[in-house]
Design a protein around this ligand. Sequence first.
Ligand SMILES: CC(=O)N[C@H](C=O)[C@@H](O)[C@H](O)[C@H](O)COP(=O)(O)O
Length: 246
Amino acid sequence: MSDPFFEQIRARLIVSCQALEDEPLHGSDVMAKMAKAAEIGGAAAIRANGADDVRAIRQAVPLPVIGLVKRNYPDSEIYITSTRREVDELIEAGASMIAFDATRRPRPSGETLESLIAYMHSRGVKMMADISTLEESAYAASLGVDCVSTTLSGYTPYSPQDPGPDLQLIREAVRALSIPVIAEGKIWDPSQAVQALEAGAYAVVVGSAITRPQLIAERYASAIRRAAKAAQPAEQACNEGPRAHS
Ligand SMILES: CC(=O)N[C@H](C=O)[C@@H](O)[C@H](O)[C@H](O)COP(=O)(O)O
C-alpha cells in the first residue's frame, strides 16, 4: 500500500488520547499534552474523541489524528460516530481518518451502516471501521472501508468478553481481509502489542494503558490489595507464633 498515511502507521503504535466528561483528565488542553507525550514516546498517530480534541491535538503534534465522536442517542446502542452529523464535525476539525462503529446494530436518526459509509465515500475521507467480530470486519471491508480495527470486541454482547486483546479475531481478520487490520482494545502490556503484531496486525492502538491514569492506578491498587489479602493468614500465623501444646 503506497498511501502515505498507511505507510506512516505500518507496524507502529497509535495512542488513543481520550477522556470523557466524567473522567479527571477531560479537556482538550490535557488531551493535547497527552498527545505530545505520546509523540515523544514514539507514537506514529493519535486516536481522539470529539472535534475540539482533534483540533487541539492537530495543533500540538505533527501526527495524523484518527477522529471519532462519542455521542449517546436515546434510540441506539451505538455511540462511536453514529451518523453523518459526527462525520461532518470530524471533517471540519481536520481528522486524517474517521473511526466509526461498523457493527450492524440499528443506528440513530434513520442512519444505516451502508448509508454512513456511502456518505464518507462521497466526502472522500478515510475510514477506520470499528468492529467486534470477523463477520462485521468482512462486511465493512465489502463496503469499501480503508481498514478495520478490533476496538469493539468485548463491547458488543455477542463478542468474546475477555480481559485481554482479541488475538484470535486479529488472526482471522488478517487471513480473511485484504485491507489493514488494526489491533485495538484491552492492550495493557507491550508484550500484548507485540503479540498483536505477530498475529498480523498492521498497527496497534493503545489507549487506557497509556492515557487513563485512574485505570492504571486502579490496577496497581487492586493487585496490591489482593496480594495483601493473600498474605494475611500467613502473617497472622507468624504474629501468633508457635502454639503452645497443652
Ligand atoms: C470500546 C470503546 O468505546 N473504545 C473507545 C474507542 O475509541 C476507547 O474508549 C478506547 O480507549 C480505545 O478503543 C482504546 O482501547 P483501550 O483503552 O482498551 O486500549
